[in-house]
Design a protein around this ligand. Structure first.
Ligand code: NAP
Length: 313
């Protein structure tokens, strides 16, 4: 039997509680040995520390950390972890800037530890079957609609509205993590319109167009103000029918075409992420795909900013 990897979680917020704790409890690959939280979090009697430096100077033996803080504060925490020789799981987005993630990747390589830039939406059930179905098809156009109610999904998360918090691109980057996985060619930002509430530093909505190397158009519509039914859909029109990935990659359907092969070997996104993290640690490699973050950075670089009404939570 393989020895479990001793893991600490840093940042005990929504995603740590909703997804990381159950996924870790459900795998024999990891043993949760400590938590790090600014507010203290006594979880089942486990040792807990106010910051990662306190964990590093304790006598708790750690092999790996999962960083579940907002992106703006992740680099310094990751640097400390890498210096300790700990493997690092970065929540998405892997950082607030491209340069810092590249630096972390280089530091991880120099130290010989595994760095995992996780993209949870890529582990949704429909994503790999969609990728296989699209391979070799003639793609005509793609529409991405990611509209959710920020008050429901991100209550009180002030960091999301701050510089480096990504605003509506915090969920939007999940769509891009799927699109960059299932579409056969790289694609590039052509236009970006970013709606910025006058009292906030990050966009509440955005409309983008991309084009791939063969000229296929991709449209993306992001909105944080969606009330009622929510949309996390990617629709790909091809020569062999229209593929729809709904529910953030969880539901796959094909209109006017042969049904795709569907396998259910990924039982949930976070169990899939932790299987991958264990696999890369045991293989002695890193997994750092920057493609989704690059597209978001390009949208911010080239986007037209429209000031819109203030957002009051
Ligand atoms: P959250 O509920 O606000 O939790 C973030 C936690 O990070 C805080 O509770 C806090 O934990 C810690 N933290 C450390 N420094 C902080 C700072 N300067 N400001 C605020 N918090 C700080 O956010 P979340 O939804 O868990 O999101 C965290 C990351 O996971 C984001 O990158 C997000 O994109 C990603 N993610 C979120 C979801 C989701 O559905 N919410 C899904 C997938 C991925 P302590 O008080 O314990 O220190």
């Amino acid at each position: 039997m393989t020895v479990p990897i001793r893991l600490a979680i840093v940042g005990m917020g929504k995603i740590a509680h909703d997804q990381h704790l159950p996924a870790i409890a459900g795998t024999s690959n990891f043993d949760l040995v400590a938590t790090v939280s600014r507010h203290g979090a006594n979880l089942n009697g486990l040792p807990f520390f106010p910051d990662i430096e306190a964990l590093a100077s304790s006598d708790v033996a750690v092999d790996a950390v999962a960083l579940c803080t907002p992106p703006q504060v992740r680099r310094q925490i990751a640097e400390t972890a890498i210096r300790q020789g700990w493997h690092v799981f970065l929540e998405k987005p892997p950082g607030a800037t491209l340069a810092e993630v590249v630096a972390l990747r280089d530091a991880a390589e120099a130290k010989g530890i595994s760095l995992f830039a996780s993209w949870h939406s890529r582990y949704a059930d429909g994503v790999e079957p969609a990728r296989r179905w699209l391979a070799g098809r003639d793609i005509r156009h793609v529409a991405i609609t990611w509209r959710e109610d920020v008050r429901v999904w991100h209550p009180g998360q002030e960091w999301i509205w701050e510089p480096g918090g990504f605003g509506v691109f915090d969920p939007g980057i999940n769509a891009l993590s799927i699109a960059t996985r299932i579409l056969p060619r790289p694609f590039f930002v052509e236009t970006a319109d970013l709606d910025l509430p006058e009292n906030r530093a990050a966009p509440i909505a955005a409309r983008l167009t991309f084009r791939d190397a063969k000229g296929v158009p991709i449209a993306m519509d992001l909105d944080f103000r969606q009330e009622g039914p929510q949309s996390w859909d990617i629709v790909v029109a091809t020569d062999a029918g229209t593929l729809t990935l709904a529910m953030g990659g969880g539901q796959l359907s094909i209109a006017d075409g042969d049904p795709p092969e569907v396998t259910n070997d990924l039982r949930g996104e976070y169990p899939g992420l932790y299987r991958r993290f264990a696999a890369i640690i045991r293989a002695g490699v890193s997994d750092v795909d920057l493609a989704p973050l690059r597209l978001v950075a390009d949208a911010f670089l080239t986007g037209r900013i429209n000031q819109v009404e203030p957002f009051i939570e």
